[in-house]
Design a protein around this ligand. Sequence first.
Ligand code: ATP
Length: 727
Amino acid sequence: METSRDTNPNNVRVFCRFRPLSTNEAQIFQTKFIDISSDCKSIIIQPSKQGADTQIFNYDHAFASESSQELVYELSAKPIVDSVMHGFNGTIFAYGQTASGKTYTMMGPSLDSSDHVGIIPRTISTVFSEIDNSESSVEFSVKVSYCELYMEDVKDLLNENKGKLKIREDKARGVYLEGLTEVYVSSGEEVYELLEYGNSNRVVGFTRMNERSSRSHSIFTLTVSQTNTVDLSQKSGKLHLIDLAGSEKVSKTGAEGTRLEEAKKINKSLTALGLVINSLSKGAKGHIPYRDSKLTWILQDSLGGNSLTSVIITCSPSLYNEDETISSLRFGIRAKLISNTPKINKEFTVGELKLLLAEAKEEIKKKDMKIKKLEETLMRAGLSISQSTTIDDSGLFESDTRTEYADLIQELEETREILSNEVEENSKIKDTLTQLQLEFVKVRNDYEKLKTQYKEASDFEKESKEKDEIIEKLKITLESIQSEFTNINGTKEFLENRLVEKEAEIDFLKQRYEYAPRSQSKIEKEQKEIAVITKYHESLNQVDLIYTINENLNENSLLEERKKLAKDLHAKIRQLIELEIEFEDFKERYTALENSLPFDVQEERKKNCILERRLVQLSMMYRQLTNQKSSLVVDKGIHEKKIQRLTEKLKISENNYLKIKEQLRQADEQIQELMKEVETPNTMPRLSVTGHSGLNINSKIKKTMRGGKADKYTAILDQLRTLSNNF
Ligand SMILES: Nc1ncnc2c1ncn2[C@@H]1O[C@H](COP(=O)(O)OP(=O)(O)OP(=O)(O)O)[C@@H](O)[C@H]1O
């Protein structure tokens, strides 16, 4: 048997995986009957019976026993996971006889060993790492559900109290399970916890072929929704990861009682799956028996619908299982022929809707022109285009042409109606989007305003802090000035006292002078006389000078006058000399008088002089200090007024702070409400779950994540929250 390798990219992709021989098989049925081609695309089965042909099965990839879990994931699952991250639906399921390695492939032998984990845990890691690495403008939300189909009943593995779930179908949601628990998650760890919890609820039992045989089909579903916060476009991808129960020959598994009943149901649903795949592989357009079993009904979209699907056929390499292996390989070949119609599940942006609208308008225009031309042709043929005029009336056309024309008109009318409906629909969507955009702009503006207010508030806070510091400094300066002033006052008082003392001393000294042979006043009087004489002498010298000048000017005419003046001058000089002699005499007498004073009086005089100088200095200091004091008093007044003004400003700013804080709180509330409105999923019913401890399976609250972990919007909210908390 040979199958075509070149298939449509939308076809179900099929992989085949052989597990290693089990211990039993290795001991008893060692013979391997299969080979894998060198390009790992084909399985070659050598005939075990004489005369039979070699069989070749072609797949997208064939994994040998030693293939790693990572390789299986990278080739069979990763491309689908990537597509889900781009808004496509995806399904990955493992199919094969019991104990062929389905659970090993989908889940892995244990969730704890990272090297050996299977497709489901690896998918979870990919999803969260792709979210982390995507654009920060994209907002993600991820929700998971986990259920099993046991004995033809659907059970919620995340809430065992749910009972049997019903399968529903509607246009908007397609096929879904009513009441299935869907949990929003924001990290791989959360999903692992849910997985472990769900796995612990799965029905697993011992059979002769498998110690831990899955007695149910399990469906783990991840829905990744994303919103581009720039153009507001939205898309969401749903990924079903399915571990089917294995078909089994009851004679081999030795199933009895419950195990037998389980085996019957499992085989029945797998037969239904085979029939659906058969119908689809033949390209049947009509009825596909999806509803013949719950398994095929649930998988309706994954098989021939809006989904990218990978099937991994798991097989035993042992000759003991030859029939089952060949049967599984055939199933895979049929599945490979199924063509799906995957499409991105996205909401249009305004720009895209505008484009669609423009295209629709263009189409209408073309059709209108066609109609017009046809009408003109009719007119030229002498027909009017009134309601009553029919082609039959004219009798001008052959019946074929009439029918064609009528069909065309009909088609045009229908197209026009469809297009106008579309235009109407588009304009409604456009309005909604415009409305949403306006709301978004409003929220953004509000945020900008708040940001500005916050900035102003912080500036004001900074300014106030600076002012507070200045006030503090001024207070300290004032205090030091006041203490300096007090010191100066003390010094001033001390100096005043000293002055009084010194004045008393001077008085005392003055009294002592009275006993001297010549009093101080007399000395002063003599000094004054000496000064007068010196002045007079100087004036005489001046007159002499003038006289000399005049003499040079007019020697002859003033001769007489000169003689007279010379005479006067001589007389005055004589007088001066006499006065000088007398002055010298006075001086001598004064010195003698001073020398004749007793020693202590002389000392007292010297002291007196020093004290007088000190007194002058102190008086000057006192005057300076008084001036300083008065300027300090003025400064103090100014500073006090400044402090008063700043205190008033501070009060005003405190009030402003309180107002801004209140505004921020209100804005935060508004944003929270807005976000709740935007985020609340309106399609999924809210579930109330009870009975689990520790595990948050009640999480119907959407947890949004930003690509690149640079969550701007959340950051804004956090900023606002912190801001309001900080106040
Ligand atoms: N590729 C593999 N490498 C090593 N061991 C494997 C591999 N595949 C399966 N096994 C082992 O084979 C045994 C059966 O595997 P598994 O339980 O996955 O089969 P199954 O198809 O899920 O069976 P069932 O349909 O009964 O649930 C397990 O012990 C498993 O560890």
